[in-house]
Design a protein around this ligand. Structure first.
Ligand code: HEC
Ligand code: HEC
Length: 359
């Protein structure tokens, strides 16, 4: 599949003629990347993959390298993985993330688990329509990688291995064809492969495993599955298998006398609709025991605090979702729910060698 001749020409060209000269050299005839036939896990909705960015082995491999390479940050100190750490289900364990120059953002890094299925907008507030578009943001965000695209792209054009990898992934003929669009496409391809479908919960659903008694009780409470047991309303919004309904809701974490008073306007800051103020996209609960602290601003340190919040019914607001209301959960109910949350940890996903740092 790969063209070694082409690669050699390029290395030679870079080595002998100085770094940028390669930009003018035309490569040999096109090579075609290897298509990946995508299969959604059983029970998952179909992943929407853009026609102009099909998954290929070379594209995914390039995206993975870029994801873990600090080359895209101003001082080459930070990669996507600095804030999206695979062992933490691609979060960073901090309440709010900190960028290259130590500037704190206002929001918590989001898990990238099953990110290819979030077709209703990315980010807590939904301001990005696609993974391809999303990838532009962190590089130039002053509170993240604080860089600019022309320089980031120049770095890649001057790195012989990258020229080769871009050629393999996108059949470009010339190092100058490397641009931010292709970087974004490669990152998006890698991110679409980050699929979690092997938690104990999934295995129980596939009848390959059985819940313990406590897990089963927790499952029943989470899904309001028995009239004899407590209800939690969780499943209205954290819908399986993604554990998100992909919609935006106010779950009552922010307190303000009027909607306009929320510290973070959430989706309303994007749509301009006041009823969207304080609404955030429902995050997944897969691997939830690993993604503390919780909520868009990381305000809750533990799942205990999260359960306290929901049990309290949340802060009143005009657009508070009706499913957030006072709950009556016993200590036993809460312990059982915690046992159930443990079944959402996907060790197969967390240890998948294909998702780790390739460098
Ligand atoms: C400084 C930390 C930081 C770095 C570096 C960073 N991110 Fe993020 N990422 C965040 C934060 C914080 C959010 C949530 C921001 C928001 O909602 O406003 C986020 C959100 C995302 C989302 C949206 C997830 C969702 O569920 O909607 C994606 C995708 C993403 N990042 C991918 C990347 C990629 C790709 C890179 C590298 C090019 C990257 N991030 C670099 C902190 C970071
Ligand atoms: C009305 C819809 C809704 C209901 C019902 C709901 N949630 Fe949420 N949940 C959300 C939204 C929206 C967020 C993000 C809010 C934010 O970040 O400000 C969220 C965030 C969370 C988080 C934080 C995850 C993270 O990675 O930061 C956890 C944990 C959570 N919910 C658990 C639960 C549990 C447990 C229940 C049931 C007791 C529940 N939720 C009920 C909508 C809901």
């Amino acid at each position: 599949m790969t063209s070694t001749t082409v690669a050699r020409i390029c290395f030679w060209c870079l080595a002998s003629a100085g770094l940028t000269a390669c930009g003018t050299g035309i490569f040999e005839a096109d090579t075609k990347p290897t298509p990946v036939v995508w299969k959604d896990p059983a029970g998952f909705p179909p992943m929407v993959i853009p026609l102009d960015n099909p998954l290929t082995e070379e594209g995914i491999a390039l995206g993975r390298r870029l994801f873990y390479d600090p080359v895209l940050s101003a001082d080459s100190s930070m990669s996507c993985a600095t804030c999206h750490i695979p062992q933490l289900a691609f979060t960073d364990g901090k309440a709010v993330s900190e960028g290259v120059v130590g500037l704190e953002g206002t929001r918590s890094a989001m898990s990238l688990v099953n990110i290819g299925y979030y077709h209703t907008g990315l980010f807590w507030d939904g301001r990005s329509p696609s993974l391809e578009e999303q990838a532009f943001h962190p590089v130039r965000d002053p509170k993240e990688m604080a860089f600019n695209w022309p320089e980031a792209v120049r770095r890649l054009q001057q790195a012989p291995q990258y020229v080769r990898w871009f050629k393999e992934a996108f059949s470009i003929r010339n190092a100058r064809e490397i641009d931010s669009l292709l970087v974004a496409k490669a990152l998006a391809q890698f991110e679409r492969t980050l699929v979690s479908s092997n938690t104990k919960f999934d295995r129980v659903m596939r009848e390959e495993a059985a819940f313990t008694l406590a897990e089963k009780r927790g499952w029943t409470i989470f899904f309001d599955a028995s009239q004899e047991m407590s209800v939690s309303e969780c499943n209205h919004c954290h819908v399986d298998p993604l554990f998100s309904d992909l919609h935006y809701h106010n779950n009552g974490v922010q307190q303000a006398p009027v909607l306009e008073g929320f510290a973070d306007p959430g989706q309303g800051g994007v749509t301009g609709n006041r009823f969207d103020l304080g609404r955030f996209r429902v995050p997944t609960l897969r691997n939830v025991l690993l993604t503390a602290p919780y909520m868009h601003d990381g305000r809750f340190k533990t799942m205990d605090e999260v359960l306290d919040h929901y049990a309290s019914g949340g802060h009143a607001a005009e657009n508070l979702n009706a499913n957030v209301r006072k709950l009556y959960l016993s200590a036993q109910d809460r312990a059982d729910m915690m046992a159930f949350f443990g079944t959402l940890t996907d060790t197969v996903f967390l240890r998948n060698p294909a998702f780790q740092n390739p460098w």
